[in-house]
Write a protein that binds this ligand. Structure first.
Ligand code: IPE
Ligand code: IPE
Ligand code: MG
Length: 242
């Protein structure tokens, strides 16, 4: 008997395995409403669980969300503190439900400069969900693509790896994303068409999808549009098309 097809309009090859998202536009969402930027971040954080669920239902197996970049340290301390507080609340409020849904959480980036109470929670969340397998949720927080490459180079030097053993694989294996497949689709909300130091190594052959929708407004119809657009792309990886 043929297995039931949940999503008849899409062939599974047209569903990205790994989707990465630059969740941008929280500040502008708040400005438009005469709210403060923190309220935009609150609304943005609230949107995350339903988005994770929606991608999961759509057959996406891995989601990587950019929550705080190494450059975001240049923002006012009050805004940084608010973002860290929201990250803590996110873990406190949603860890159990994500665990029940068999979601594996990974952290990309350094926990070194994060407040102790956040670092502890991140480590606990990663450890608790380490054997889950239905879906993987990578949170890039205090993450920068260039910082990650520098860290990989330092590891190679410390391990005294021979020059002829420096390969794409030996570098990939020392990045925060070691062992993870490269993103198939990268979505950026908020209308900017740039990478902002996200996954600079990993997103070389990723399909990009930019939308004007501000992150707090991103919802099911945006997900459908992005997946539909992905389905129309022809990925060639430098080869000649069939
Ligand atoms: C993205 O929203 C969230 C973070 C960078 C932490 P922004 O805060 O960058 O929102 P805009 O771009 O100012 O609207
Ligand atoms: C990228 O957004 C970082 C995150 C979404 C976490 P930014 O708002 O920091 O990027 P720029 O400054 O517009 O490039
Ligand atoms: Mg922004």
């Amino acid at each position: 008997m043929q297995a039931a097809q949940t999503y008849p309009s899409h062939n599974v090859e047209h569903i990205p395995y790994h989707v990465a998202i630059i969740m941008d536009g929280n500040g502008r969402w708040a400005n438009i409403r005469k709210l403060n930027r923190t309220e935009g971040h609150q609304k943005g954080a609230k949107a995350i669980p339903s988005i994770v669920k929606a991608f999961g239902k759509r057959g996406v197996k891995m989601l990587t969300l950019f929550g705080f970049s190494t450059e975001n340290w240049g923002r006012p301390k009050s805004e940084i503190d608010a973002i860290f507080g929201l990250a803590k609340d996110f873990i406190d409020e949603h860890l159990e439900e994500l665990h029940q849904a068999d979601v594996k959480l990974n952290h990309l980036g350094s926990t070194e400069k994060l407040p102790y109470w956040l670092k502890k929670r991140v480590q606990h969340a990663v450890q608790k969900t380490s054997n889950n397998s239905a879906m993987t949720l990578n949170i890039a927080f205090n993450y920068g693509g260039r910082a990650d490459i520098i860290s990989a180079i330092k590891q190679l030097i410390e391990e005294e790896i021979a020059t002829n053993e420096i390969t794409e694989r030996s570098i990939s294996n020392r990045l925060a994303t070691a062992g993870l497949p490269d993103p198939d689709l990268l979505i950026r909300t908020g209308g900017e068409n740039r990478l902002s130091n996200f996954l600079v190594w990993e997103a070389t052959y990723t399909e990009y999808y930019f939308t004007e929708t501000l992150w707090p407004d991103f919802g099911p119809s945006d997900i459908e549009k992005a997946i539909t657009e992905y389905g129309k792309r022809q990925r060639r990886f430098g080869l000649v098309a069939d």
